[in-house]
Design a protein around this ligand. Structure first.
Ligand SMILES: *Cc1c(COP(=O)(O)O)cnc(C)c1O
Length: 402
């Protein structure tokens, strides 16, 4: 494991929802496919065939983790591309085939930016998008969802597990509702796959997005599950040689596919035990901070959440200032993709936090390589920094006044 652990003086990494390190076992599996086994998996000779075999094994490993058939897996560059392909591809295909009578997309206000922006693009093309609110605990209300569905609804897109607040949506109930109405159900499962059990049959999911680098695989690879029975048809985003059953042209990045598959196999084998371990670490982190920081609040549902995720509001403490003053803990406020902006998290606003509370919130996420000693270190460092800032009068309001 020493190869994964950064230098001794590196901060404690509590940002596993932004990305995960590639598991060393995954790196070992990938390495031959950069050099000796370099063939193009689409080539019809021995170099190609051996790589094709490995890529197809990886496809099977991805499929197995979500209860799918390997033929239902299309490799992509990651969950951003998968979400774009699922949402734009399904909406555009349905309109091209069925005319304008299926032009509504229903999604949540708390979805990942790449889902929201894909929907915004479709709005520009004349589609109607309904962004549903969520309850204060971050979960979608099923009656609200049911009421939003109408005869024009083509697609419902609801994230499986949230990248900021960690909440897990009732996928099986949403899937049943969509099926009842003959509507496609897409789920952005970038944070859920490999962390919680998912089954595209039991949950009646038609399209599901996966990211390699969120589950200890390499960056730059992901997949879209596309149901075969009944067949879900998509308009491709990329034109070319017609690889991936026409859904995604381009030469497959075989080393990344192999690593992604290995990561899925490991996640499947270790998920149950790892989930328990992460839950213990998360409780240790929460209890430690709560004991030292009175008034600490948890954002998002307390139980229906990923084992590794905490999203916490520290009253009176600006979370960005706190993290700046606690360099030995690597964590984020908001999500990495939008935290460059000065706006508070739209997700925290959508669950009813006011701007001040949103600015007091930070995301702490433990993962596969987190130890109890690291959690204890982080608790001490965060609590000390928070107390120091409070003593200096560096409260939320003080910062905004400057
Ligand atoms: C990380 C993430 C994405 C984007 O995935 P990439 O593979 O980095 O493109 C999309 N949705 C969620 C929920 C994520 O956490």
């Amino acid at each position: 494991m020493s190869t994964t652990v950064p230098a001794d003086d590196a901060p404690v990494y509590l940002d596993y929802q932004a990305t995960t390190p590639t598991d060393p076992r995954v790196v070992v599996a990938m390495l031959p496919y950069f050099t000796g086994k370099f063939g193009n998996p689409h080539s019809n000779h021995r170099f190609g065939h051996e790589v094709e075999t490995a890529v197809e094994q990886a496809r099977g490993e991805v499929a197995a983790l979500i209860g799918a058939d390997p033929r239902e897996i299309a490799f992509t560059s990651g969950a951003t591309e998968s979400n774009n392909l699922a949402i734009k591809g399904a909406a555009r295909f349905l309109r091209a085939e069925r005319g304008a009578d299926r032009d509504q997309i229903v999604t949540l206000a708390t979805e990942h930016k790449c889902v929201i922006e894909s929907c915004r693009r479709l709005e520009q093309e004349g589609f109607i998008v309904t962004f549903l609110p969520v309850r204060p605990d971050g979960i979608v209300d099923l009656e609200t969802l049911r009421a939003a569905i109408g005869p024009r609804t083509a697609l419902v897109s609801v994230m499986a597990a949230h990248n900021e607040i960690g909440v897990v949506q009732p996928l099986a109930a949403i899937g049943a509702l969509c099926r009842e109405h003959g509507i496609l159900f897409h789920s952005d499962a970038a944070q859920a796959v490999g962390k919680i059990p998912l089954d595209v049959e039991a949950m009646a999911i038609d399209l599901l997005s996966i990211s390699g680098h969120k589950l200890y695989g390499p960056k730059g690879i992901g997949a879209l599950y596309v149901r075969r029975r009944p067949r879900v048809r998509l308009q491709a985003l990329i034109d070319g040689g017609g690889q991936e059953r026409g859904l995604r042209s381009g030469t497959l990045p075989a080393p990344l596919c192999v690593g992604f598959g290995a990561a899925c196999a490991i996640a499947g084998a270790e998920m149950a035990a790892e989930g328990e371990r992460l839950l213990r670490l998360r409780r240790r982190l929460y209890d430690g901070l709560a004991a030292r920081l009175p008034g600490l609040r948890l954002n998002g549902h307390a139980e229906l959440r990923l084992a590794g995720n905490l999203n916490l509001a520290l009253p009176g403490v600006d979370a960005d200032v706190l993290l700046d003053n606690c360099p030995m803990v690597a964590a984020s406020t908001g999500s990495a993709c939008s935290s460059a902006s000065v706006e508070p998290s739209y997700v925290l606003c959508a669950i009813g936090l006011d701007e001040a509370a949103a600015r007091e919130s930070l995301r702490l996420c433990v993962g596969r390589f987190t130890t109890a000693a690291e959690v204890d270190f982080a608790v001490d460092a965060l609590a000390a920094a928070a107390r120091r800032l409070a003593a200096e009068g560096m409260t939320t309001s003080a910062r905004r006044a400057t």
